[in-house]
Design a protein around this ligand. Structure first.
Ligand code: ZN
Ligand code: ZN
Length: 198
């Protein structure tokens, strides 16, 4: 069975963190596995109730490892059970099976972003699967993100994301057709509807 429940960490919105690895800067995987800071799991256990986070009592068994430097997200949480099985286990108050959190090695450059990303994933691991307002509120209480202005790493991720968005694809304003960008200049016509591109 594959990792049916993999979730992409979208700490600042999916669009930004999808492009974490867009730059080809080589980064190394630290020789030590990622550490869970003292008190982080306790803070989560205090903040969530078992209704919303039915897997909370299993949090300390979650494995945390580094993602490869070419991973395209800052963090993810992988369950080995399918979404369907997980929902059944929540209802029955059964453990979720093996859970692995992956963190991008780029995070060693920014401790606050590291803790923020790890807390984001631990909330998923506890059973708060969705990126809803509750997940966001808890995360902000437990481990807020650094401000963009205070985090060179966030600034770098953001500029990579913007650059990627600019070069990734064209979108026709007439018919909505989207296609991969392969040219530097804007095309003169939409390849689908053939109207002048704008
Ligand atoms: Zn997430
Ligand atoms: Zn078109």
């Amino acid at each position: 069975m594959g990792r049916g429940g993999t979730m992409v960490g979208d700490t600042f919105g999916d669009r930004l963190t999808r492009y974490v690895s867009a730059s080809v800067r080589t980064r190394h995987i630290p020789s030590q596995p990622p550490e869970v800071p003292d008190g982080l799991i306790e803070a989560i256990l205090t903040a969530v109730n078992s209704e919303e986070a039915p897997f909370k009592t299993h949090l300390s068994r979650v494995r945390v490892e580094w993602l490869l430097p070419n991973a395209d997200c800052l963090g993810n949480t992988a369950f080995e059970m399918s979404h369907h099985e997980l929902e059944a286990r929540k209802r029955q108050r059964l453990p979720p099976g093996p859970v692995t959190i992956g963190l991008h090695p780029i995070l060693v450059e920014d401790e606050q972003l590291y803790v923020h990303t790890l807390a984001h994933e631990l909330l998923h691991a506890a059973g708060l699967m969705d990126h809803n307002q509750r997940h966001a509120t808890l995360l902000n209480e437990i481990a807020p993100s650094p401000k963009l202005s205070e985090s060179p790493l966030l600034q770098e991720i953001r500029s990579q994301a913007l650059a990627q968005q600019e070069v990734q694809e064209w979108n026709c304003s007439h018919c909505g057709f989207t296609w991969d960008r392969e040219t530097v200049r804007a095309p003169s016509r939409c390849p689908k509807c053939a109207r002048p591109f704008k």
